[in-house]
Design a binder for this molecule. Structure first.
Ligand SMILES: [Zn+2]
Length: 211
């Protein structure tokens, strides 16, 4: 399973004696300076009126879209309820937006999560919280899909997990190949969803089938 918590940002060295402090949030001063540099580098005047507040605005935006770097998604899966329900639980159409780590451009779409409980269920909104936390990091869709599946498999001790993510990537729509209609679909199957084609087919029919 990939790492799900980070206590420092890349490039930051922890201050002496800071071990017991909460994880570092983004460094606003550094972000503001970096955005100002970008504006100069592209040939803009960062001191013209329309851009004066931009470095600060962008710094606050990054703090928001990367808030998942400072939250452990597993925390949402600690409180479970005993429930004798051994059929599939599916939450579909969980909207999310994330940032592609290759271009720092947004990608957004929907995640669909199904699991086969093993005597323990979790509050349905917690699945959406897990998606949000994992999405609010520099990401690639493939890893995001895997991480969500592994988190649920591990912390709910589920008999199986299926995660399908569909998203549109602005790094494909506004630059490069410029294919605005392209959707990327990724899936990660574990346990019963991997071993049993009927279970997987049932999930896909519920997610993509017309009702
Ligand atoms: Zn990209």
């Amino acid at each position: 399973m990939s790492k799900t918590t980070r206590t420092t940002l890349p490039g930051d060295s922890p201050a002496p004696g800071s071990r017991d402090l909460p994880p570092l949030a983004v460094d606003h001063d550094r972000l503001r300076a970096a955005v100002r540099e970008i504006l100069i580098a592209v040939g803009e005047d960062p001191d013209r009126e329309g851009l004066l507040e931009t470095p600060d605005r962008v710094a606050r935006m990054y703090a928001e879209v990367f808030a998942g770097l400072h939250t452990d998604p597993a925390a949402y899966l600690q409180k479970t309820f005993t429930q004798k329900h051994d059929e599939m639980v599916l939450v579909k159409d969980i909207e999310f937006s994330s940032m592609c780590e290759h271009h720092l451009l947004p990608f957004s779409g929907k995640a669909h999560i199904a699991y086969l409980p093993n005597g323990q269920i979790v509050g349905l909104s917690k699945l959406a919280r897990v998606v949000d936390t994992v999405a609010r990091r520099p990401q690639v869709q493939e890893r995001m899909t895997e991480d969500i599946a592994d988190l649920i498999m591990t912390h709910l001790k589920a008999r199986g997990v299926g995660v399908v993510v569909e998203a549109s990537h602005s790094c494909m729509t506004i630059r490069g190949v410029r294919k605005p209609a392209a959707m990327t679909i990724t899936s990660s199957m574990r346990g019963g969803f991997l071993d049993n084609p009927a279970t997987r087919a049932e999930m896909m029919a519920l997610v993509f089938g017309r009702q």
